[in-house]
Design a protein around this ligand. Structure first.
Ligand SMILES: [Fe+2]
Length: 290
């Protein structure tokens, strides 16, 4: 995988980025004029690699929206993207110095503002980066903000995050975010497609997520997903498949706080495990009874 999402504050590394000049809500200026020609060129190389990988693998809504990034010539100006994003779904992207605290992140989402990191990875991080950078945030996340129902789900995540102040609630919400917004798969008449940003901005996980016999692919089930631990240091061992973005919205929009208690009363599930009776769509068989 290429990065961790911004909803986690447990990384042992110090976040990169200039936090001295951001506002109280952690937004800052993009300072597009400060990107160097080398950074634009690196962005273009990252963009070209992913553009070659996404046809037939990313979901249609993602591919359709890619031209809105206006990223063919290098790092785009966020304002230019907002000129088409705001009228499309009422969302806008805002610049942030890097990882931001969970409360600030969810607060922005609840106001239909998506934080995009201003700095780009270094050339030696072309294939792998620990923190989300500009390329991950922009290429991975922004196209689907043009998809109305997905965009509504993202706002619902924000509202849910602001409510999730119990001891385990944020952990559960983080799992839901992880297995959908970052690593989700979508069922389509043409076969499985990717909508998760962590996959779509990665050079290697696109193939792994769809085709690797090592990965488990399971039907989306909200309680199951809340109980599922995940890996942050390698490709995912388990992916969850939604039928459409309406299903995602229906899972995130209602107050599912009561489910936190249900999840807490049940054991966590390790990555790669298939429970008895669950359909593993990789193997086309149900989990064995134990
Ligand atoms: Fe992300």
């Amino acid at each position: 995988m290429s990065s961790v999402p911004v909803t986690y504050g447990e990384a042992s590394i110090t976040p990169r980025g200039d936090y001295a000049h951001c506002a109280a809500d952690y937004t800052c200026a993009q300072h597009w004029e400060r990107y160097t020609p080398q950074e634009h060129a690196l962005f273009s190389r990252l963009y070209a690699r992913q553009m070659a990988l996404v046809p037939g693998r990313a979901c249609d809504a993602f591919v359709r929206a890619l031209p809105n990034l206006q990223a063919q010539g290098g790092i785009p100006l966020f304002e230019d993207i907002n000129a088409s994003l705001l009228p499309a779904t009422g969302w806008e992207i805002v610049a942030v110095p890097g990882l931001i605290p969970e409360a600030a992140f969810f607060s922005l989402l609840s106001r239909r503002r998506f934080p995009v990191t201003v700095w780009l990875r270094r050339p030696e991080e072309f294939d792998y980066i620990v923190e989300p950078d500009l390329f991950h945030d922009l290429f991975g996340h922004v196209p689907l903000l043009f998809e109305p129902r997905f965009a509504d789900s993202m706002q619902a995540f924000g509202a849910g995050g602001l409510k999730a102040d119990g001891q385990h609630a944020l952990q559960y919400l983080a799992r839901l975010y992880w297995y959908t917004v970052e690593f989700g798969l979508l069922r389509t008449p043409q076969g499985l497609r990717i909508y998760g940003a962590g996959i779509l901005s990665s050079g290697g996980e696109i193939e792994h997520s769809l085709y690797s016999p090592q990965a488990r692919r399971l039907r989306f089930d909200l309680l199951r997903l809340l109980r599922s631990r995940y890996r942050i240091d390698s490709f995912q061992a388990t992916y969850f498949i939604i039928d459409d973005f309406e299903q995602l919205f229906n899972a995130t929009a209602p107050d599912f706080t009561p489910l936190y208690a249900q999840a807490a009363a049940l054991p966590d599930i390790a990555p790669g495990v298939v429970l008895p009776g669950e359909l593993d769509e990789t193997l086309g068989v149900r989990g064995a009874r134990v």
